[in-house]
Design a protein around this ligand. Structure first.
Ligand code: ZN
Length: 311
């Protein structure tokens, strides 16, 4: 793997030097985004002044992603690398090292108030010594729209620092997109308010929605912890099934990034019908229902309301 990364890098160096730096045009800023949500934010801020390469693509799982030689080439060529941070991208340091990138690595959760996660069901993590049972930081900050606005602000600042000529354009785009996020936030709040309080408990495969829960007041239960890198134990699953049977959950969902097997098992043991697919850690394919961050949020509230209220 490393050998092939080096070979690919050598190729890219040849290509770069062949074209040289004599371009008469201001070349677009070469941006690498660690995953799809960040790529979408970057496009909204950067417009046609940037070229975005996404490492973990649509429906991909950043927790367990294995970088490819092409990823290392993109990193090596990048002017800016945008990442979530809070240990969301388990592959990041290996990729930075393998690519020897000189790009600025911008952590977009800078300025976000992190939420601690205490696993309720993730005994499997404890068994494997990966932090389960102990409090760890939840990395899924982008599931709060208030935080998404912080990501966007950080992106605009990073682009301005790298390309001062485009700064007015980046700031203008960021302001326009933030307005759309304000409207989206109003819709999400109204959607959750329309659900009776006693029914505001749902099940998903892994704990990706802690920030959504904190911000909007819908409780998520999940057999897997905040990462997908370990299997929940039989005891975790039994505990969750028991909770559902006591009527503590109003709906159950599969996620686009995880294997639906476990959720289907819980659904069949409890008699709750799977309510649909929530987009958790990645956007959908371009022709899917959540190919942008705003569409992803619309999809998720529509699925949640539909499953709980039957509308
Ligand atoms: Zn996750």
């Amino acid at each position: 793997m490393l050998k092939s990364i080096r070979a690919a890098l050598a190729m890219s160096v040849i290509t770069l030097s062949a074209f040289g730096a004599s371009s008469a045009f201001a070349a677009p800023l070469k941006v690498v985004a660690s995953f799809t949500v960040i790529a979408d934010f970057a496009r909204n801020v950067g417009g046609d002044r940037i070229d975005v390469t996404t490492i973990v693509g649509p429906d991909g799982d950043a927790h367990v992603y294995e970088p490819s030689p092409a990823d290392a080439v993109a990193m090596a060529k990048a002017d800016i690398v945008l990442v979530n941070g809070l240990h969301f991208e388990g592959f990041l340091q290996r990729l930075v090292d393998a690519s020897a990138t000189k790009a600025s690595i911008i952590t977009l959760t800078k300025g976000v108030t992190p939420i601690d996660f205490k696993p309720e069901f993730a005994d499997a993590d404890a068994a494997e010594g990966t932090g389960g049972g102990k409090t760890v930081t939840d990395p899924h900050a982008f599931q709060s729209i208030a935080n998404a606005k912080i990501y966007v602000k950080n992106i605009a600042e990073a682009f301005c620092a790298a390309d001062s000529e485009g700064c007015v354009s980046y700031q203008t785009n960021a302001a326009a997109y933030t307005k759309k996020l304000d409207a989206l936030e109003g819709e999400v709040k109204a959607a959750i308010q329309s659900i009776p309080e006693a029914k505001r408990v749902v099940i998903t495969s892994h704990d990706a929605f802690g920030y959504f829960e904190h911000e909007y007041g819908l409780t998520f239960l999940a057999p897997q912890g905040i990462s997908t890198d370990s299997e929940p134990s039989a005891a975790d699953v039994a505990k969750l099934v028991e909770q559902v049977k006591q009527d503590k959950a109003a709906a159950i969902f599969v996620e686009n990034i995880t294997n639906p097997r476990l959720i289907e098992q819980i659904a069949s043991e409890t008699g709750i019908k799977v309510g649909g697919t929530l987009y958790s850690d990645a956007l959908s394919q371009p022709d899917g229902p959540g190919s942008t961050y705003i569409d992803m949020m619309h999809n998720n509230i529509r699925q949640i309301k539909g499953a709980i209220l039957g509308s």
